[in-house]
Design a protein around this ligand. Structure first.
Ligand code: SAM
Length: 286
């Protein structure tokens, strides 16, 4: 039985059309109206599950506010409505938040029907030991803004999760390399649940080289999982080495300052490199 006056937020597959829950099919087959990002795509999905009899409305990022008003009128009259997007979970790098806020503000139930999500799907198969992650979604399309955004995340000790489009994948990873240095680990999850599903991991430099060597690997949809900053224990670096690094950073490019400090102090180069990035970020923002 469906609840009346309710908005169901229903996750749909991210590729394989069978990745949809029994409950999702149940709800989508019974609601009075389905709001979908691209009606035709969602009709195709439901047709493969023998559901053809529902009413549709198009809801996308450019009309979400106006369509939300219409949906509220329907809820007022006792109807039930489902929201789906083209792929995965609505509201996650997808429309949904405006509608959900308006429905909740009117006091009607918003009922999530969980299912596929590209970020979680990628994490589940990446074997990343760090239990903490930060989902960012899409970075800015322009390189300057993208790098500025990445710099703010340099010292985050969490796995960073990004979505990226095929036409920006190379330049995006090249920017990551510039901002995070060559040694951070990147897992690239491409075309999840589809024919050409690929999950590949290496350092940023290795993954960039691998992608550049094979144009086929640059096609499709991507989730990028970038390892977080290693947080050095305070005691890991002596005050003397820290002082040396600060002095050298004032005079030399970052890599050279780190190399010399490591030679002078005998401290771990990786740890010094991260400290240098942190010092630089603190200096730039202060
Ligand atoms: N709402 C979706 C979710 O729950 O994951 C995300 C929608 S967002 C508009 C689309 C982006 O998600 C793609 O550009 C890609 O970065 C990622 N994505 C979606 N499906 C994917 C798949 N099958 N494999 C890899 N990434 C995918």
């Amino acid at each position: 039985m469906l609840e009346k006056n309710a908005l169901y937020v229903v996750a749909t597959p991210i590729g394989n059309l069978r990745d949809i829950s029994l409950r999702a099919l149940d709800v989508l087959g019974k609601v009075d109206l389905i709001a979908a990002e691209h009606v035709q795509n969602s009709q195709h999905l439901l047709a493969t599950h023998a559901i053809t009899t529902v009413k549709w409305i198009s809801l996308h990022q450019h009309n979400e506010a106006a369509v939300s008003e219409k949906i509220l009128t329907l809820l007022d009259s006792g109807k039930s409505v489902a929201l789906v997007t083209d792929a995965g979970t609505p509201g996650i790098s997808d429309p949904g938040a405006i509608l959900v806020r308006q429905v909740r503000a009117q006091g009607y139930p918003v009922i999530p029907v969980p299912g596929a999500n590209a970020a979680v799907c990628a994490m589940s198969a990446a074997g990343i030991m760090n239990p903490h992650f930060l989902f960012y979604g899409f970075l800015p399309a322009k390189s300057g803004l993208r790098k500025r955004e990445l710099i703010t995340m340099q010292s985050y000790p969490y796995t960073l999760i990004f979505y990226e489009a095929p036409h920006r994948i190379l330049e995006c990873i090249a920017d990551m390399l510039e901002v995070f240095g060559p040694d951070r680990e990147l897992t690239i999850a491409r075309e999840l649940t589809k024919l050409f599903e690929t999950i590949h991991a290496g350092t940023l430099q290795q993954v960039l080289d691998w992608l550049q060597a094979d144009a086929n690997q640059q096609k499709g949809e991507f989730v990028l999982l970038l390892s977080g900053a290693e947080v050095p224990e305070k005691s890991e670096i002596s005050d003397q080495a820290r002082h040396t690094l600060i002095c050298l950073l004032a005079e030399l490019p970052l890599k050279q300052a780190v190399k010399l400090t490591a030679e002078i102090s005998g401290e771990n180069k990786k740890v010094l490199y991260q400290l240098a990035l942190d010092l630089k970020a603190a200096g730039d923002s202060g």
